[in-house]
Design a protein around this ligand. Structure first.
Ligand code: PLP
Length: 413
């Protein structure tokens, strides 16, 4: 049975020759310049448009980029110039963030399992550590003591609520992330008494939400929680990181998030915030919403074959570069990402085919049972929504296939 593809995101079109262009340049030209396929192309101009849209929709709230979505060096250096902070989740990401040119004071470091040497590097340069547990906070305090600096410590709160796909669930429950809300006041007092520079709260309630109402409710609950915690502590947090969770529409039938509605509701909530939060700075941390739609994965068809009446277009790419498009990165039911035959954008979809990767495993599927123009060996396939959790979240070493190339296009702001 034919299955639908996701909708191609805005900002991509075919040139007069019917070939997909990215950042105003034909994919043939881009592949020739890169020298080979598979190739990720990131359009920095589209990223700039996203950042500008965030600024218009949610003025007065800082935008932080969660770099685990995409750490390609030129992309990260570009994004770092246009956002207010970077959020990292490992010592390796900390190194990338520092190399991007972002001031250390504007970097925060979350994530469980931070090792002493990672804490030390962060504390030495003045990066804020989002403490994931009491034990981690103690280690950071003693490293700060040994280094002779007051470590900048925020507390990641495990909230009693969670944003889920569409709607908000109460009862966040047991998690390896953050400190349960009721233990946060005691930890903040301990940080202050132990010589730490308490920076505030980090409250992250979920990811990939497309429903504005669910996000609005989560942000309302987050502000309420931050107000209640600061009242109990009796001190004002310098910064509250409100989390993020802004989703992008990967699959057929999904609709983009109305961030303008989110911004209007947040402005209202902020105007009524708890008195302890009057001088607090607020941040939203986003990964996929900033960069996800700006990336395209290009892979070439190396074989065309038929099995039991079904046509397979076999490419030189696959799940080792674009795990999420194969359906193996957190999806319960596999659905098709947006994809197209980039070299035949103007031709009608006349045949049903499946696009697969070159890995010797049935997991390696890029598009299942979709209608496409008739494509052949040498044609270029584009898989969209490849700007976030593409290469940074894929098992590139699996099966020893060729590494993917990456390229940034677009002049930017
Ligand atoms: C992964 C992560 C993000 C980014 O998530 P997106 O869905 O890409 O926006 C933000 N904050 C934290 C704490 C994360 O772990």
């Amino acid at each position: 049975m034919t299955k639908p593809l996701g909708a191609i995101p805005a900002g991509f079109s075919a040139g007069d020759d019917g070939v997909l262009s990215i950042g105003g340049r034909s994919v043939h030209e881009l592949v020739a310049e890169a020298g080979d396929t598979p190739l990720f192309v990131y359009d920095l101009g589209l990223i700039d448009e996203r950042i500008a849209r965030f600024r218009r929709a949610i003025p007065g709230v800082e935008l932080h980029y969660a770099i685990k979505a995409n750490t390609y060096t030129p992309l990260l250096a570009h994004v770092a110039k246009h956002v207010d902070g970077l959020d990292v989740a490992s010592g390796g990401e900390l190194g990338s963030a520092l190399a991007s040119g972002m001031a250390p004071g504007l970097i925060s470091f979350a994530g469980p399992g931070k090792r002493d040497k990672e804490l030390r590097s962060a504390i030495q340069v003045g990066v804020t550590i989002n403490c994931e547990s009491e034990g981690e906070a103690e280690r950071a305090l003693s490293i700060g003591g040994a280094e002779g600096v007051a470590p900048k410590l925020a507390v990641r709160v495990n909230p009693d609520f969670e944003i889920k796909g569409s709607g908000m669930r109460m009862g966040g429950g047991a998690k390896p992330f953050g400190v349960d809300a009721e233990r946060v006041p005691a930890l903040v007092r301990r940080i202050v008494a132990g010589g730490g520079d308490w920076r505030g709260f980090h409250i992250f309630a979920g990811s990939q939400a497309l429903d504005a109402a669910a996000l609005i409710e989560a942000q309302r609950a987050t502000l309420e929680l931050a107000g209640a915690l600061s009242a109990e502590i009796g001190a004002a947090p310098p910064m509250v990181n409100l989390g993020g969770g802004f989703g992008i529409p990967y699959f057929h039938g999904e609709t983009p998030l109305d961030i303008e509605a989110v911004g209007r509701a947040l402005a209202l909530e902020l105007s009524n915030r708890h008195e302890n939060l009057v001088n607090t700075e607020f941040a939203i941390e986003l990964g996929r919403w900033v960069v996800g739609e700006a990336g395209v994965y290009l892979t070439r068809i190396v074989d065309r074959k038929v099995s039991h009446g079904k046509t397979f277009l076999v490419t030189d790419g696959g799940m080792h570069h674009q795990l999420a498009a194969s359906g193996n990165f957190g999806q319960v039911i596999r659905r098709n990402y947006p994809a197209a035959i980039a070299s035949r954008m103007a031709q009608p979809a006349t045949e049903e085919a499946s696009i697969v990767g070159c890995l010797c495993t049935p997991l390696d599927r890029l598009a299942d049972d979709v209608m496409l123009p008739r494509a052949d060996v040498g044609d270029i396939v584009a898989v969209f929504m490849a700007g976030a959790y593409g290469l940074s979240a894929s098992p590139q070493a699996f099966l020893g296939q060729q590494a993917a190339l990456e390229m940034a296009v677009g002049t930017g702001i």
